[in-house]
Design a protein around this ligand. Structure first.
Ligand code: NDP
Length: 450
């Protein structure tokens, strides 16, 4: 049955949708054992419906750059499944954005949101707009133009977008400003808003902190280990990576790497986060190559020096590795290197950063592998906390949000680990996450009818 669905999906999707097919294939292979356990799944075509997006919205975004030239980009919103609640998922602004990439991200989001136990459906959107090198004014004009096209399709109880690659609180602020301007409606239609007007404390930190909370719980429960004093490697230098590094350092770990699309920094004494922030968070994002001007012991490896293996982060020995940049960044040979170097855990902060054959190898070798749909769910969880605060006109303090996030990440770990055990695949957190998430969504779909 699973093979038939995959074959049909391959026929009906373009060749460029391979990341989507990769994501579906991983989920469906985990579900094979439970599909037969309940005849209603087949009778009500739950799998076929689950792999088909509710709707794909595509629009033209036209805006003027600082030289008053007309610029045109593609904009998208993919509303995949709202069985559990309003559509929810980030917006990505990056030149690599296509419907295929967004379909994979929206599909993953259904399962991630289900694992949180919160009432959220799955969606994703974005544009092939490249924010790099754009002035603040150009970013604002692009965001306003994007929202002019997107606003009819979203709403606090319909679809609540958030940030992702290239979209932080500055962009969410501009998007919200235009939404309010057009609709005159001050509701929680976006999450990740600046704190000054409706944002939640801790939303910027949530994904990274959540990944570390998940890692801490997993390491403690499975190996009776802690992160204190351990060498960790992190890839990326954006929102998720920065807050993963911050929380790891707060827990006493020594984080020795970070990376961007140009290369990798290896700082054996521990990454100096204030320098990374200075480079990446102040206005136009600058290259990490400048890091070594401040820290003389640090090594910078540009990607071009390693044409056959551009993944210098994973060459560095570590106790735990945190891929936090982008999809498919950790390959089979990276996994081999991590194993050789004695790594005990890989915890995904990004969405689907590890290739399927690399996951298989890590699992075979007994490395604890935390899939992003479980370990990076902290961001969407705090987005839901923001929605709750907006709806009740309340403001929660930092400690309250932090406590709730920590508790929620522990619950996700527990749900995933127990489900894996229940289905005879103990410590396979990929299968545990897929099965636990599927059961909740499928039940809602069955109860709601066709
Ligand atoms: P950001 O845009 O803040 O940062 C992305 C980082 O990854 C940047 O440092 C960027 O480099 C680097 N990067 C991008 N593409 C590549 C590449 N091909 N090779 C190496 N490095 C690359 O995004 P986020 O931190 O928000 O997102 C990172 C990941 O986490 C994504 O997979 C996203 O989907 C996922 N995620 C994000 C959530 C959130 O709350 N923001 C929630 C859950 C998941 P450069 O600086 O050069 O652009």
């Amino acid at each position: 049955m699973v093979e038939k669905i995959l074959a049909n999906l391959e026929k009906s999707n373009c060749a460029t949708d391979n990341t989507f097919l990769q994501a579906v294939s991983e989920v469906l292979s985990s579900l094979e054992p439970i599909i037969k356990s309940d005849p209603r799944y087949e009778q009500f075509a739950i799998l076929e419906r689950l792999v088909t997006p509710d709707r794909i919205i595509q629009f033209k975004v036209q805006w003027l750059d600082d030289q008053n030239r007309v610029r045109i980009n593609n904009g998208y919103r993919i509303q995949f499944n709202n069985a559990l609640g309003p559509y929810k998922g980030g917006l990505r602004f990056h030149p690599s954005v296509t419907t295929g990439v967004l379909k994979f991200l929206a599909f993953e989001q259904i399962f991630k949101n289900s694992l949180t136990g919160l009432p959220l459906g799955g969606a994703k959107g974005g544009s092939d707009f490249d924010p790099k090198g754009k002035s603040d004014f150009e970013i604002m004009k692009f965001c306003h133009a994007f929202m002019r096209e997107l606003h009819p399709y979203i709403g606090a109880r319909v679809d609540v977008p958030a940030g992702d690659i290239g979209v932080g609180s500055r962009e969410i602020g501009y998007l919200f400003g235009e939404y309010k301007h057009i609709t005159r409606n001050y509701d929680g239609v976006l999450s990740g808003k600046p704190y000054a007007f409706g944002g939640s404390l801790m939303r910027p930190q949530a994904t990274g902190y959540g990944a570390v909370y998940f890692a801490r719980e997993m390491l403690f429960q499975e190996l009776q280990e802690s992160l204190e004093g351990k060498v960790c490697t992190v890839s990326g230098a954006g929102n998720v990576a920065i807050h993963t590094i911050e929380k790891l350092q707060q827990l006493g770990a020594i984080v020795v790497t970070c990376s961007d699309s140009d290369g990798t920094v290896y700082d054996p004494k521990g990454i100096n986060l204030s320098i990374v922030r200075e480079l990446k968070e102040s206005g136009r994002r600058r290259s990490l190559s400048e890091y070594t001007q401040w820290v003389l012991e640090a090594v910078y490896t540009p990607k071009t020096e390693y044409p056959e293996n551009a993944h210098a982060v994973w060459q560095i020995p570590c106790f735990a590795a945190f891929p936090c940049a982008t999809q498919n960044e950790l390959t089979f040979s990276d996994a081999q290197k991590l194993i050789q170097n004695g790594c005990v855990a890989v915890v995904e902060g990004a969405n689907m950063p590890t290739l399927p054959d690399a996951i298989e190898l890590l699992q075979q070798e007994g490395i604890l592998f935390a899939p992003g749909k479980a370990s990076n769910a902290g961001g969407v969880a705090v987005s839901e906390f923001e929605m709750s605060q907006n709806a009740s006109m309340e403001k929660w303090d930092f400690d309250k949000v932090d406590r709730k996030l920590d508790e929620l990440m522990r619950q996700i770990y527990k749900r995933v680990a127990l489900t894996a055990k229940e289905y005879g695949v103990e410590r396979n957190f990929v299968d545990g996450a897929n099965i636990a998430a599927f059961k909740r969504v499928a039940e809602a779909m069955l109860l709601e009818g066709v």
